[in-house]
Design a protein around this ligand. Sequence first.
Ligand SMILES: C[S@@+](CC[C@H](N)C(=O)[O-])C[C@H]1O[C@@H](n2cnc3c(N)ncnc32)[C@H](O)[C@@H]1O
Length: 307
Amino acid sequence: MPSASSRADGLWRLAWTCSPVVEDSLLWRLEQVGIHHTATVREPHRGEVVTVLAWADRQAWSEQQVRQLAVSLATLAAVFQAPAPRFSLARQTWEEWSSSWKRHWRPDPVGNALLVLPAWLDCPPEQRHRRVLRLDPGRAFGTGEHPSTRLCMEALEGHQGVVKDALVVDLGCGSGILGITALALGAARVAASDVDPMAVSTSRENGALNGHGPERLQVVHGSSKALLPWVGFGADVLLCNILAPVIMELAPDFAQLLKTTGGQGWLSGLLISQADAVQKRLADLGWRTELADTCQNWALLAFTAWS
Ligand SMILES: C[S@@+](CC[C@H](N)C(=O)[O-])C[C@H]1O[C@@H](n2cnc3c(N)ncnc32)[C@H](O)[C@@H]1O
């Protein structure tokens, strides 16, 4: 995976026009290689094709690397017996990205009572009954569009009794969307962390957009260990939407992050095909797990202590 980078050189805009059956796998592979800025354009009049857009930092990716990536991703179509995607590549500035990507993003109802609202839009009158989560994800992951994010948000909404007045840990906070959802549903306080400094500043900014200062949404740079000073004897709720191998690596720290009596954890970011391995890992560490929900190829695991 290419290394982290600065904004200096702008972006590659990668576009695949492909069958909708390929979309999920394409987005998954992009996420795996560290490309988080993606969008899917669906134009009804174009029928059975979608355009998957992805933006990669030019300081991190050479032209040769993005072209190689495109070639390797084109082979995904064959798995679904779909026609090979049509690929195009262009250069964009961050400003062009910001305006073109923002154009694709609309107010997004999640679950029964949540609305992810792009920070630059007004709440549509027909959605005013929903709890509004104002968001500008900047360069961080987490617009609420991705199934793994939605699964966690819906779990929070479905367990408001658990979330109310809770101390919540948001490990791998991205845009801060999960912690902000928990606060909107009545959590007392959220401790969030991310290894990406950009995600840390974005989460803080999004917290402020929703009226939450550091006394309610504490965002720290780092991973599980960076959260320990903020959780006392353990949080009531732990959320972690990160890829399966990372979840398995971080799992030994869950016992310090989450109350072992009465604590409730949710893990997403894993594929259904990876759920067994993650469940086994957590069971070995003494947690009781359950496949709580799925969306497309993605799984949500719930976990609690046995006692
Ligand atoms: C899939 S995104 C999830 C973002 C947001 N929580 C959501 O649900 O949409 C995963 C995030 O975890 C962060 N991350 C990856 N490895 C991590 C680690 N070991 N510790 C903490 N954060 C990590 C990434 O930088 C990224 O922002």
